[in-house]
Design a protein around this ligand. Structure first.
Ligand SMILES: C[S@@+](CC[C@H](N)C(=O)[O-])C[C@H]1O[C@@H](n2cnc3c(N)ncnc32)[C@H](O)[C@@H]1O
Length: 236
């Protein structure tokens, strides 16, 4: 995995960060950006230089999980969306400069909730990873929580039938809230627990495990739904 320290805050020049293409410049991104209409529908095959099953991690932070997953699943292409610039720039620079890295990661510096529906075609993802999402404890911030019922429907629509949304959290209340949102969304089947070895550790997970904290890990699978309910059942 690439080294996560070092002077890597320069504007990324390589192919990993997509902000120039999607929003106009590597310095444009974050909370309020939306994808330029002229680049839609976005050509992911061209961005990766091949057609392969795709995954999405929302909120990759330091990128430990994403960069390790890219090496563990080399036959997949991996998309990361992160709302904070410094993490996006740092990981983009590290991956662009890493000779071991196979080129199967692309990053977007943006609010996932604002861009995923425009950027990703329905039924186009094999897996979505929601790893230790911010709990947003304060009541006035609750609506910032990632997986609430409306966004759960969006995530379902992005998944191919047979694909899954994989969730990890050390916060029981957040895990329960996400579980309830996914369970209440037609077209999802679960929860199905998974183990610590099934996926790479995230940065936060490694710290929690070292501290002996329990981790909630579960996934919901996208299933076909009866015709006439208006949901996509595309299988890729
Ligand atoms: C608690 S950290 C967990 C980081 C990492 N997944 C881990 O497990 O170590 C949550 C991350 O999600 C990012 N994030 C929060 N809301 C987001 C959103 N709407 N879109 C994209 N990233 C988001 C934060 O900036 C932060 O990096």
């Amino acid at each position: 995995m690439p080294r996560m320290r070092g002077p890597v805050q320069d504007e990324p020049q390589g192919p990993t960060l997509l902000n120039t293409h999607l929003f106009g410049a590597p310095t444009i991104g974050g909370n309020n950006v939306t994808v330029r209409p002229e680049v839609l529908p976005f050509d992911w095959g061209q961005a990766f230089g091949r057609e392969a099953p795709r995954t999405l991690e929302i909120g990759f932070n330091r990128g430990k999980f994403l960069s390790e997953l890219a090496l563990r699943w080399p036959d997949h292409d991996h998309i990361g969306i992160e709302i904070r610039r410094r993490y996006c720039w740092r990981l983009a620079n590290l991956l662009d400069r890493d000779p071991e890295h196979g080129g199967n990661v692309r990053l977007v510096w943006a609010d996932a909730k604002r861009v995923t529906a425009d950027l990703l075609p329905p039924g186009s993802l094999h897996a979505i990873f929601v790893n230790f999402p911010d709990p947003w404890w304060k009541r006035r911030h609750e609506k910032r929580r990632l997986v609430q019922p409306e966004y759960a429907q969006e995530l379902r629509d992005l998944l191919a039938v047979g694909g899954a949304v994989w969730v990890k959290s050390d916060v029981a209340a957040i895990a329960e809230e996400i579980d309830a949102s996914l369970a209440g969304t037609p077209g999802f089947e679960g929860p199905e627990p998974f183990g610590p070895d099934d996926l790479p550790f995230t940065y936060r997970e490694a710290k929690c495990v070292k501290a002996g904290m329990p981790i909630h890990r579960f996934r919901y699978r996208r299933v076909a739904v009866a015709a006439g309910d208006g949901q996509s059942t595309t299988n890729t």
